[in-house]
Design a protein around this ligand. Structure first.
Ligand code: C2E
Ligand code: CA
Ligand code: CA
Length: 628
């Protein structure tokens, strides 16, 4: 800032010098050169006249003073005088003998004069004075200054404002950068909020239906990850061009950051027109793009709200509504647009809040793993544990995984959370050599191709043998049927890690799934376990599944065992493992430690009794018993 000021000061000084030179230089030069010429001229004239007069006196001594006419002739001779000069002849005492008033005498003002002595036979008898007024010269100089003065002022302004203009341009440029996205050159979030505010005011007062569309690209992250950021950047530019083509001059397209854009439809539009715009926008953006010789494609989801809605209380509310609508569009399966609607507001807001809390929860270590024992057939000895995540929300307390796992999957948070679960479970399980640890893995983790390396790293870091680890997957993963999924499963099996099919009997249960991949375990869903002895058909299905497992050579686990009768039936059917509240709910790591470290193997199950004495366990048990 201070250097800016000194630049301004310096240029002001330079401008002043330049302006002064231009304004006053030419008139002063005109005056001074003219004066010097005049001085020369009148000196020469005076000298000439003095000589002529001296001659006259020489031929007519003593009488010369009375020969005024002759004097005047000489003085008036146009050959040796300027008409505007005034001339005087004085005697040796300074008295005027002859006086010729020329124009110079009349003009008055500043004057120059030249004197020369008049001689008679070598003796000075008088002098000639030639006087010239400078008035004309002054006038000329003033005339010149009439041109140069404004010129100087102009030069001063121009020179002085030059750096200011440069500075202004720099400021404008900086402002542009601060308010625009350098990649797409679109206005950014800051400018958007300003415009939204203005459009909101106008729309509310005029009652027009201006609309806000928030656009979020689908699969952009994948494009970035697969093709690199260079391609991602070019894609964003193409996307912005495609959207621009659909807009009128009144509409504003803004890049909100990342892969989010916003369109302010700044005119009176119908819902149909906005729907058409949103649909065209999704269609255009979703069309394959050719970037750096590769075909790349993304999708788009759009959330819409209207600025003129009477219950939209502020520009922020309009924005939030569009954001919620976008959120809904995304959860509708992406590639969709959605209008804000009041009914879903509350529900979505809660979900949104939970999503935010979830991000914070990972940073704040609000998660921990509990382990639910899995026991052997008949002996009911501890053979495995299933890691189940627990979230203690700072204000809402315990939040069950059923409420937040799907949210974490939708938002992609499951990737980092899942990684933490795998690492933590492996670390915890190192102390339980004879116990397998089972970890639930979400489909999203499979889609991420680095699941194998995450598992390998967790095993390496913890020192847990691969044989002690089992991943539980649901059939949904196999439905995706991509080579990556089968490859990942095979890599895991080759490492020695077990893979269990979770919740078998629900969903798409297809025997072909069981034959396509060598599962190490099938987990019979608790809905079947619950119906043992209650529903005859369901009971025989359980029996059949267990038989099937035997034929295929896959171990069986029955989940949700809550009663002795269920346990007895499962034991009789030959189910390899039992898991459920009858034995224990998921408990803290320390409780499993206590069970595993019990030196008497025959008392392993009584480890469960030990557990049952645990106050926390009792509490959980009661809650669960009452719930069922
Ligand atoms: P799941 O994989 O089927 O896990 C078993 C669920 O059944 C657990 O609920 C467990 O507490 C409950 N359960 C166990 N024994 C009984 C019983 O006798 N009766 C009844 N009614 N329920 C029993 P939880 O812990 O609430 O987990 C629910 C679901 O959340 C899990 O179902 C799993 O899909 C998901 N989940 C839990 N932890 C994780 C995790 O670490 N990663 C992933 N990806 N998902 C998890
Ligand atoms: Ca499970
Ligand atoms: Ca299950």
């Amino acid at each position: 800032m201070s250097s800016d000021r000194s630049i301004v000061r310096l240029t002001s000084a330079v401008a002043a010098v330049a302006a002064t030179t231009i304004a006053f230089g030419p008139p002063i030069a005109t005056y001074e050169l003219g004066r010097q010429a005049d001085v020369g001229a009148i000196s020469a004239e005076a000298e000439f006249l003095s000589k002529e007069l001296s001659q006259l006196i020489g031929s007519n001594p003593l009488l010369w003073r009375f020969e005024e006419d002759r004097h005047l002739d000489i003085l008036n001779d146009p050959g040796n005088s300027e008409p505007n000069d005034s001339k005087l002849i004085l005697d040796e005492d300074g008295r005027v003998i002859t006086e010729l008033i020329g124009a110079g005498g009349r003009l008055g003002g500043p004057a120059i004069e030249a004197r020369q002595p008049i001689f008679d036979s070598g003796v000075q008898v008088g002098q000639i004075v030639v006087r010239r007024s400078l008035a004309e010269l002054v006038q000329r100089a003033l005339l010149v200054s009439l041109i140069t003065l404004p010129l100087g002022i102009g030069v001063f302004i121009a020179t002085r404002s030059l750096p200011l203009r440069v500075m202004n341009r720099a400021i404008n440029h900086a402002e542009f950068l601060a308010s625009h996205d350098p990649l797409t050159r679109l206005p950014n979030r800051g400018l958007f909020h300003k415009w939204l505010g203005e459009a909101f005011k106008e729309s509310q007062s005029a009652g027009t239906a201006a609309a806000l569309l928030l656009i979020d690209l689908d699969r952009f992250k994948q494009v970035n990850d697969t093709f690199g950021h260079g391609v991602g950047d070019k894609l964003l530019v193409q996307v912005s061009d495609r959207i621009k083509r659909l807009l009128t001059d009144d509409d504003i397209l803004v890049r909100m950051g990342g892969d989010e854009f916003a369109v302010l439809v700044n005119r009176d539009v119908t819902e149909d027109a906005v729907a058409w715009l949103a649909a065209s926008l999704i269609a255009d953006v979703s069309e394959v793009m050719r970037i750096d010789g590769q075909d790349v494609s993304v999708g788009a989801s759009v959330g819409i709200s209207f600025l003129g809605d009477f219950d939209a209380s502020s520009p922020d509310a309009v924005y939030q509504r569009a954001d919620l609508a976008l959120y809904r569009a995304k959860s509708m399966g992406r590639g969709a647009y959605s209008f804000f609607d009041e009914n879903l507001n509350k529900q979505l807001l809660e979900r949104r809040q939970l999503e935010k809390d979830l991000i914070r929860a990972i940073e704040n270590d609000e998660f921990r793993l509990c382990y639910q024992p899995q026991v052997s057939r008949q002996a009911h000895e501890l053979v495995g544990v299933e890691a189940l995540i627990r979230w203690t929300h700072p204000s809402q307390g315990e939040i069950p995984p059923t409420r937040f796992i799907s949210l974490a999957e939708d938002t992609g948070l499951i990737i980092s959370l899942g990684k933490w679960i795998i690492q933590q479970a492996c670390l915890d399980a190192v102390g339980w050599p004879a116990v397998k640890v089972a970890i639930n893995v979400s489909p999203a983790q499979f889609r991420q191709s680095d699941l194998v390396s995450v598992v390998r790293e967790a095993l390496d870091c913890s020192g847990l043998p691969a044989e002690n680890l089992e991943l539980e997957i649901t059939e949904g993963i196999l439905l995706e049927d991509t080579d990556i999924v089968i490859q990942t499963l095979n890599d895991l099996r080759n490492m020695g890690v077990g893979v269990a099919m979770d919740d078998f009997g629900t969903g798409y249960s297809s025997l072909s799934h069981l034959s396509r991949f060598p599962f190490s375990k099938i987990k019979i869903d608790r809905s079947f376990t619950r119906s043992i002895g209650v529903d005859e058909k369901a009971t025989s299905i359980v029996d059949a599944i267990i038989m099937l497992g035997k034929i295929l050579g896959i171990r069986l686990n029955a989940e949700g065992v809550e009663t002795e009768a269920q346990a007895a039936a499962l034991d009789a059917f030959g189910c390899d493992e039992l898991q459920g509240f009858l034995f224990s709910p998921a408990v803290e790591k320390s409780a499993i430690d206590a069970m595993v470290n019990n030196p008497d193997p025959s008392r392993r199950t009584s480890g469960l009794e030990l557990l049952q004495a645990d106050a926390e366990w009792q509490e959980g048990w009661e809650i669960r018993r009452r719930a069922h």
